[in-house]
Design a protein around this ligand. Structure first.
Ligand SMILES: [Zn+2]
Length: 247
């Protein structure tokens, strides 16, 4: 599921697509996410040049072991920025540029993904809630795409108040998901940094750089959530306004 593609397609196809307000909302959130991910990439490239004594895989193994986690596997996954924790398979998936690389950036990413494994082990509330929302989000994204297709085809019902409310509810589900993602991501980074500090894998200067990289990673999620809330508020106002006109 790619929410970025969804938000691109929404320009012109969503209920508010042709209004100036909506174009401004989409434009500002896309610009913010573009600037933030640009900063994130620059910081990661910079911190990829700072060596530490362990590779990403070794960092991950050490962090899991020190948390008493023995049933989670650390594996190498193809691609760039494809790092993630898979709670169903219980695997910490590290990309090639993290798995076998000994840099501050690789260490930060590896420890962050292990932060999710620790959340899983400790049944962290927000992670459980986020996992439960996944099927609803997949369904809602699919339905939003269908509603956009109905809109392109110009079927009359596309602009009915009922369709607008359906849009608000479905978009609301994806917005709740992006908000619930925030505590999960912030907490994983907090756990990563706490462990890096206590285990002494990174000197204090390196620790500050890892913290900075994880901050910008978290900001990408923050910008996505704020953009989503702004759009939802706009759709909601449209739906409420439409109903007022009818009365
Ligand atoms: Zn994460």
């Amino acid at each position: 599921m790619n929410l970025e593609i969804l938000s691109l397609a929404q320009v012109g196809l969503a209920p508010g697509g042709f209004s100036m307000t909506y174009i401004v909302i989409i434009g500002v959130s896309m610009l913010a996410s573009f600037l933030i991910s640009g900063t994130l990439k620059r910081r990661f490239n910079e911190y990829s040049q700072i060596p530490i004594r362990m590779t990403g895989a070794q960092i991950a193994e050490a962090m899991l072991r020190q948390h008493g986690i023995n049933d989670v596997q650390v594996i190498c996954t193809p691609g760039h920025l494809t790092d993630h924790y898979d709670p169903t398979k219980k695997t910490v998936n590290l990309s090639e540029s993290v798995y076998s690389v000994n840099s501050v950036a690789a260490a930060a990413v590896a420890a962050h993904e292990c932060g999710h494994a620790v959340q899983h082990q400790q049944a962290y509330h927000w992670l459980g809630l986020r996992s439960k929302l996944v099927p609803a989000v997949e369904f809602s994204s699919k339905m939003l795409n269908w509603l956009m297709i109905i809109g392109i085809l110009g079927i009359g019902v596309a602009h009915s108040p009922m369709m607008l409310w359906a849009w608000v509810v479905l978009f609301g589900v994806t917005t709740v998901f992006s908000v619930v993602t925030l505590p999960v991501e912030f907490d994983a980074s907090r756990r990563a940094l706490a462990w890096m500090e206590s285990s002494g894998v990174a000197a204090s200067m390196e620790h500050d750089k890892a913290k900075n990289a994880l901050f910008w990673a978290a900001m990408t999620y923050f910008a996505a959530a704020v953009g989503s809330i702004a759009q939802l508020a706009y759709f909601l106002m449209m739906a409420l306004g439409g109903r007022r006109n009818e009365n």
